[in-house]
Design a protein around this ligand. Structure first.
Ligand SMILES: O=P(O)(O)OC[C@H]1O[C@H](O[C@H]2O[C@H](CO)[C@@H](O)[C@H](O)[C@H]2O)[C@H](O)[C@@H](O)[C@@H]1O
Ligand SMILES: O=c1ccn([C@@H]2O[C@H](COP(=O)(O)OP(=O)(O)O)[C@@H](O)[C@H]2O)c(=O)[nH]1
Length: 462
């Protein structure tokens, strides 16, 4: 079996995750993948250094070897807070209005990718499979090729790929995608993002694409394919059976005092549609005055990317909205929204999910959304809650038995909440069983096995 070298922006050791509560689907998914695979996880330590040295901090923890580098302040500003999270993230989530095109972000992004390439090179052995993750590192494969790496290299993009008409607003878009065509395998979360990518390659680069996702471009053959990511089902359900989960469930049920509970769990990110969700909930309260005092929305929203202005704005906006909704609707013994700006360990979250009658997942655009899958996995099979899911989440394509909504329509979301609260147990069970089948079967193990098997098969074409 080939060794796996996983490269991602963030590296998160398994112990650190379970202690603090990993607040990102990528960290959750990769630790599960590496637990079974001999290999190394390489990336940024999350720390800052005065001067970049390329020093590798190697650690071994619960069967996973990690190798990390520190970055300079300017690197972090231009690469992570800049090009990754002020240019690519908003553009790839269709928010061209929030996308910033600064030349120094682009040069910082390339410089850091070059630093990643230089630092990881000594770790790569001839038979290793190299698996690069996400939008932070799109040109890394090409930089490794320039340094003579002949190994099979795959890329998995965890976020959407935008339609061509939006993507071409990115300066130097051809350069970015041409560099991506140095990978052997490019994975997307859904068929829709895959098709957008193939469309771009045909229309803008003049490459030839085939129905099975094969791309031919300037003598190279690259495979593109959808690999929907799942949760670590075994680990999650074990956590959901723990005392921590049980205590959390009891605590929430007790504090709700027979009220219906709706839960949302999201990084504080504009792509998650939190402002629209709060508006929809207010619409529900206004349309259903008899529900006053009978329902609460628990929104867990740990802060994210706090140095980026658009993330500071969403935080302020939600604080104002929560204050407004609670002010307008609360009573002496009832507050309609419990808005919590902190993160919890996943086992504790599992208890909160289980206590909730509705899981409200309403992103405006989301690569996958693992929270939707975790909500289902945490339910009591005999009395499950209802998942309300945005049609714009990647997970929607695998979860047709959720109540599917358009998150831009407050009316639709409000009606879905009413319908979920009134749904008979037989229908809830039927939907839960269908959803659970995909959550169980299409888990992170299958995702990793499918991607790695495909990468293993692909011989470098040139
Ligand atoms: O590392 P951060 O900047 O704090 O962000 C956390 C992660 O967010 C994104 O997650 C995506 O990957 C998930 C798993 O595939 C997927 O379910 C979700 O829809 C995506 O948004 C990001 O892509 C990761 O790189 C970040 O680590
Ligand atoms: O307080 C929290 C909030 C979130 N998460 C985890 O963070 C992940 C979020 O992944 P998702 O795919 O939903 O979105 P992302 O944040 O990666 O965009 C899920 O596994 C959550 O359980 C967590 O551990 N603690």
């Amino acid at each position: 079996m080939s060794r796996l070298i996983v490269i991602s922006n963030r590296v998160s050791a398994p112990k650190a995750q379970s202690a603090a509560g990993a607040q990102g689907g990528l960290a959750v998914a990769l630790s599960a993948a590496l637990r079974e695979h001999r290999g190394i996880w390489f990336g940024w330590s999350g720390k800052e250094t005065e001067e970049f040295t390329g020093h590798l901090d190697m650690q071994r923890n619960e069967g996973v070897t990690t190798a990390t580098i520190d970055l300079e302040q300017q690197d972090i500003d231009e690469y992570y807070n800049g090009y990754a999270n002020r240019t690519l993230w908003p553009l790839f989530h269709y928010r061209i209005d929030l996308t910033e095109y600064e030349r120094h972000f682009g040069s910082g992004y390339e410089r850091v990718n070059e630093r990643f390439a230089q630092s990881v090179m000594p770790l790569v052995e001839p038979d290793d499979l190299v698996w690069v993750h996400d939008y932070h590192l799109l040109p890394l494969g090409a930089m490794l090729r320039e340094k003579g790496v002949k190994n099979r290299i795959g890329l998995f993009l965890h976020i959407p790929w935008p339609p061509t008409r939006l993507f071409v607003s990115l300066p130097f878009h051809e350069r970015l995608v041409t560099s991506m065509l140095q990978y052997d395998l490019i994975g997307f979360q859904t068929q829709e993002w895959l098709e957008s990518f193939l469309h771009y390659v045909e229309k803008e680069l003049g490459g030839k694409t085939h129905p099975d996702g094969t791309v031919e471009y300037k003598g190279r053959t690259v495979q593109a394919k959808a690999f929907p990511i799942g949760i670590d089902f075994d680990e999650f359900t074990e956590g959901a059976r723990s005392k921590m989960a049980q205590d959390a469930c009891d605590r929430l049920v007790k504090s709700a005092r027979d009220r219906k509970i709706i839960i949302g769990v999201d990084r504080l990110d504009y792509s998650k549609g939190l402002a629209e969700r709060f508006d929809s909930y207010e619409r529900f309260l206004s349309d259903n005055p008899e529900m006053a005092g009978g329902v609460i929305l628990l929104q867990i929203a740990p802060p994210s990317r706090e140095l980026v202005a658009s993330y500071q704005n969403i935080r302020e906006n939600l604080e104002t909205k929560t204050g407004h909704i609670n002010g307008a609707h609360a009573d002496v013994d009832w507050v309609p929204i419990r808005y919590v700006n902190r993160g919890y360990p996943r086992a504790e979250l599992a208890g909160y999910y289980r206590a909730a009658d509705i899981g409200l997942v309403t992103p405006l655009r989301d690569g996958m959304n693992l929270v939707a899958k975790e909500y289902v996995a945490a339910q009591d099979p005999e009395d499950p809650g209802v998942l309300i899911l945005s049609r714009f989440a990647g997970s929607a394509s695998q979860m047709p038995d959720a109540l599917m909504i358009n998150p831009h329509s407050a009316e639709e979301v409000s009606e879905a909440i009413s319908r979920a609260l009134a749904m008979p147990r037989t229908e809830r069970k039927k939907r839960y069983e269908a959803l659970m089948k995909s959550v169980r079967e299409e888990d992170v193990v299958k995702w990793r096995e499918d991607f790695v098997a495909e990468l293993f098969q692909k011989q470098r074409a040139n």
